[in-house]
Write a protein that binds this ligand. Sequence first.
Ligand code: ARG
Length: 573
Amino acid sequence: MVDFKESIAEAVQPLVPELSKDEIRDLIEIPQDEKMGDYAIPCFKLAKFRHMAPDKIAKDVAEHVSGEDFIREVRPVRAYVNFFLNREEAARPVIAEAMDYENFGRSMEGNGKTIVIDFSSPNIAKPFHIGHIRSTVIGNSLYKIFDLLGYNVVRSNHLGDYGTQFGKMIAAYRHWGSVEEVEKEPIKTLLSYYTRFHREAEENPELNEEARQAFNNLEHGKEEEVRLWKWFTEMSMKEFNRVYDMLGIDFDVYDGESMYSDMMPARIQELKDKGLLQESNGAGIVDLSEYDMPPALITKSDGTSLYCTRDIATAVYRKETYDFYKNIYVVASQQTLYFRQLKKVLELMGYDWAEDCVHVPFGMVSLEEGTMSTRKGRVVFLEDVLNKAIEKTGEIIREKNPAASDEQVQEAAKIVGVGAVMFNELSNGRIKDYVFSWDHVLNFDGETGPYVQYTHARCMSVLRNAGEETIADAKDMEKLNMKYLNSDSAYGLIRLIHAFPGTIQDAADKYEPSIVTRLLIDTAQAYNKFYHDEHILVDDKEERAAKVALTIAAKNAIRRGLDLLGLKAPERM
Ligand code: ARG
């Protein structure tokens, strides 16, 4: 993207020799209020070198800076130097770049580097509930963002397919299970066996012994236990895949915890050799008291392995297999302490890449009372939420388009309903806990997925009505007359389109897709303002071409943003 900041820094640097061009660049702000210009440099920092009041320096810089073509005016306002771009000059390169959808926002910074993203990672035979969706959509969005920035990304679904709970599940199935029940509704059924196991084990402790034996057999590869465990996994995956299909989300590997169990003995030995493993009441631990953390649990008193041990094996495996630049875990903030422990253990093992392991935490979702039951014990399944979103969206779309066919309504309802739930997860700042509310999620006029998708469909409709000849004129950048894009609403939109590449970069640096959702909402609002303030498809050919060019640029920017969030950009709505 044309880099106005860079050019301003270049122009100002000779006047402030104490600072490098990059240091000046870092000072440049984008004022909230457009009246304060397109860019501003606060002069407080410069006052230190100059022994001069900041507002004097601002005046001095403004007077002496030599104007680049695209700078219309430089104005000192108190301690700030404000830069106003020449709207016509500035608009052309921005629109030209946004015309090329394929490359818009793309960069090569990640070339040759691999990022592993561990996300979604549900547990076999446990519900894929509303809380899991956050890991799934945030992880998927980070994948899209890093992919656009040129990284090679490995999407890893670290399935929870191992652990003592499988012994309980097997024992429970043997007592109360039925093939037909499980096949019909795998997870709900398996879960009900599991809950029953816990209830009955209180009265009948022998059940625990059965479970222990079953898990032991599983660990030792006994045929019957392995068969059941594989079957539970297969059945659960069927359900998970249905949800992934609805969300349009894929993974490169489904290497679950079980895959790493073979690699654990080597890591346990390594911990011993490095003098890190200690005994505590029969369990093996790594003492982390020196770092103000509870000990990391490596082996249990009965010799069985633990979550943490599998994660140590996983991290080493990933480094050896992918030589990752970053190994990212998108997991709820409840596990923040756990990931700090994991990282510390890897560091103590002498792996300098431990610092490249990043936990990307997120807050919890709760449900508004009344919309869905949150009564104890009733889990809300993601699939039900998505189906309900599609159904409700269908009703809204039907109301707005009485003439549409059922098929069209159904098609749009899928895209918009699922998109609404995903957008909602992403637009709430990652770390915040939030309350899920249907009215908010499906508000077509609010700061929502449907609103942004609707704006994309509006751009598409303008382009359909513009006709091919105008579109061809609009794409002829050299001939475009920018004077028609001088208005505040057109220019406000251009400023936002210009912000996309930098914002995408920022979202990557902070692992924060909500930065993209924010810009997307602002851009959609700006396009709608432009659409309402101005007549786009006017008779004058030149004016019409310029305004259609801006519509194409806006459409591409919105589509890029939607794609980075994992949402579809509908042609019609
Ligand atoms: N299955 C775990 C859970 O649902 C999440 C796994 C996250 N990834 C990891 N490598 N520990 O809590």
